[in-house]
Design a protein around this ligand. Structure first.
Ligand code: DC
Length: 230
């Protein structure tokens, strides 16, 4: 995997030392596809923070812990060894790459994501991840708003619920109306939780991906980033 430190100066603020591109937005907005293509185009590494929440969830379910138990889940997350690579996720030595995409994990992950202990722990890991790599493209829900408010560029991707549901159907099959309903349900949970709700970060660029080509969106973001580099 490419590892590029864009310049070596280590400053006190994120923007002095690292190029961080924060990509936030709801499920199905195109975050993963665009963030991966962008990382590739800019020779930066890519972090899927949703996979971190999913890996904690997968472990919680495997151990039979109640996902809504704040302290137990928090303690488990604290001690969990977690490796999130571009195409593989390992939690406490278990390869959870496939399990984290199951409907059971997707559903319980929304609950785990409301746990403030989990959020605080994963936030530290996300910051450490970029520090070790001199930046990166980081995808999630609160990356621009909470984790990296000083990111080089903050992008909020969106698309209509129907378009987002159709993309999911193309990926995993299913009934488009039912998937649209689940998407709206998850949006509600993600945007109304007390800790780090899903919202557009201040100063972020809003991009509606409905009906647009990935390559054009990536080009748009690359030129926005270039416009912000010294
Ligand atoms: O992006 P995803 O569907 O893989 O995310 C899984 C869950 O984690 C989803 O409920 C949203 C939540 N999440 C979050 O709260 N904050 C993040 N930075 C990333 C994901």
């Amino acid at each position: 995997m490419t590892r590029v430190v864009l310049w070596g100066r280590v400053g006190n603020s994120v923007s002095d030392a690292q190029v961080i591109i924060a990509i936030d937005g709801p499920a199905g907005a195109g975050k993963s596809t665009i963030a991966k293509a962008l990382a590739h185009a800019m020779k930066l590494q890519y972090l899927d923070t949703g996979a971190m929440f999913r890996a904690v969830t997968s472990t919680v379910l495997r151990l039979g812990i109640d996902p809504s138990h704040i302290e137990q889940v928090g303690a488990l997350c604290e001690s969990l060894s977690l490796e999130v690579l571009e195409n593989q996720v390992i939690a406490d030595g278990v390869d959870v790459t496939v399990d984290i995409r199951t409907p059971a994990v997707t559903k319980a992950a929304s609950v785990i994501a409301t746990n403030p202990l989990v959020r605080a722990n994963l936030r530290s890991r996300q910051r450490a991840w970029t520090s070790m790599r001199g930046g990166g493209v980081v995808e999630g829900r609160d990356i621009g708003s909470v984790v990296f408010p000083d990111a080089t560029l903050k992008v909020y991707l969106t698309a209509t619920p129907r378009v987002r549901a159709s993309r999911r159907v193309a990926e995993i099959g299913g009934d488009v109306d039912e998937i649209e309903r689940l998407i709206r349900e998850r949006d509600f949970l993600d945007s109304t939780r007390a800790d780090s709700p899903l919202r557009e970060a201040e100063g972020s660029v809003l991009i509606d991906t409905s009906g647009r080509l990935v390559v054009d969106i990536v080009e748009q973001i690359v030129s926005l980033v270039e416009g912000r580099l010294p």
